[in-house]
Every structure is written in C-alpha cells, then in structure tokens.
Design a protein around this ligand. Structure first.
Ligand SMILES: Cc1cc2nc3c(=O)[nH]c(=O)nc-3n(C[C@H](O)[C@H](O)[C@H](O)COP(=O)(O)O)c2cc1C
Length: 163
C-alpha cells in the first residue's frame, strides 16, 4: 500500500523536537540553516547527525566544507530559526554569522545565546532518499546558560508549557 505523503508529513509532525541552526564555513564563507533533524548518536566516539534536504543549499555545502556546528536554540531565539529557515535574505544571514567570528575548532560559527553547541568534523555522509544524512564527530562542545528551549511540534513553534 502506498503511503500518503500528506499523512506521512502529519505523523512526522507529531514528534516534538528542539530546534537547531546548523552552521558551516565553506571556502571561508559562513553558512547556516535551521534543522530539527538533529540527533545525538554515540558518546564514545562522540557522534551526532542531522538530515539535510538535497535542495537545502547550506546543507549541501557541509559535504564539501567537511565540518558543521549544531547550535541548540533557546525559546528567545525563534527569530534565528526563521532567519535560517528561508525567511531571511542571504545577506542578513551572512551579516549575522560574520559578526560571530571564527567559532571553536572547525571554524563553523557558534551562535551566542544558544542553549548548547557541538562543533563537528564531518565523519560521513549517507544518501537517504530526498535527504542526505550527515554524521559528525564532535571535536568541541559547550552548554550555554540555563534557559528554556525552542520547540517544534505539529508544524509550529511551541514552548515547554504549551505542548
Ligand atoms: C523548525 C524547522 C526545522 C527544519 N528542519 C530541517 C531539517 O532538519 N532539514 C532540512 O533540510 N530542512 C529543515 N528545515 C527547512 C530549512 O531550514 C529551510 O529549507 C532552509 O531555508 C534551507 O536552507 P537554505 O536556505 O540554505 O537552502 C526546517 C525548517 C524549520 C522551520
């Protein structure tokens, strides 16, 4: 039986997640995209993954840049999620990332005010349907100040007390 795409999308949306901005630095130029497909994979060795749509330009650049950083967004950073999810111009994204500087080890930008960040070397990339799964080995990490997370559920942003 063929799976109905709209139903599949609805069911995927029943899984509440946090929101991250995945950044990279490609040929010296900082890039970023919003992603909620981040998953922690392994503690030893330290591995994480995220999935990028083949049409996501920033996602595709991770493959050649060879690095990425996961920035876990706080509730107050919803504007950053919008900015890196297609609502901002390339110039706005670039200006914000340029302000931040070089990042930790790989050079992928680390966002100020993030709940936590993971700087990763690309470990492998796997084609998976219309997405690419990027695995990263964590080479530096940091937790930010305690704050509430930005959440995503049923195609919308949520707060912890609003699920
Ligand atoms: C909350 C949220 C989560 C998202 N998660 C992903 C994701 O995990 N992978 C993905 O490819 N796109 C995801 N997107 C869509 C991308 O952020 C969006 O298509 C973005 O514009 C792609 O980057 P680009 O403009 O560099 O192509 C998400 C969007 C939102 C609002």
């Amino acid at each position: 039986m063929a799976i109905d795409a709209a139903e599949l999308r609805r069911v995927f949306g029943q899984f509440a997640t946090g929101v991250t901005v995945v950044t990279t630095r490609h040929e010296g130029v900082p890039q970023g995209m919003t992603a909620n497909s981040f998953t922690s994979v392994s503690l030893d060795p330290p591995l994480v993954l995220f999935c990028a749509d083949r049409r996501a330009r920033s996602g595709m650049l991770v493959g050649t840049a060879g690095c990425f950083a996961i920035n876990v967004l706080a509730e107050e950073q919803r504007h950053l999620s919008d900015l890196f999810a297609g609502k901002g111009t390339d110039e706005q994204r670039r200006a914000l990332l340029d302000e931040i500087g070089q990042g930790a080890v790989t050079g992928a930008p680390i966002l100020q005010g993030a709940l936590g960040w993971l700087d990763c070397r690309l470990e492998r990339a796997i084609d998976a349907g219309d997405h690419i799964v990027y695995f990263g080995e964590v080479v530096a990490a940091g937790a930010g100040d305690p704050a509430s997370p930005l959440l995503y559920f049923r195609s919308g942003y949520r707060r912890l007390d609003q699920l």
